[in-house]
Write a protein of this length. Sequence first.
Length: 74
Amino acid sequence: MDIRAVFGRNLKLHRRRAGLSQAALAALMDVDRAHVSAMERGRQNVTIVTLWHVSVALNVQPAMLLEREEPPGE
């Protein structure tokens, strides 16, 4: 799996757990909602700085956004 897809899946998971919309997360990060959407869809290359901003906004460790869990059967 592409690391952008892994990051995007984890971003969406932790954003939802935090009870935030894409727009709310974007506001916390001072970016556009479309940027959050692109990250969640794995369409956006993310810098280490962006990784840090996402982790702070979601109150998770940066490594949690990069953890790769294979679905059963893969």
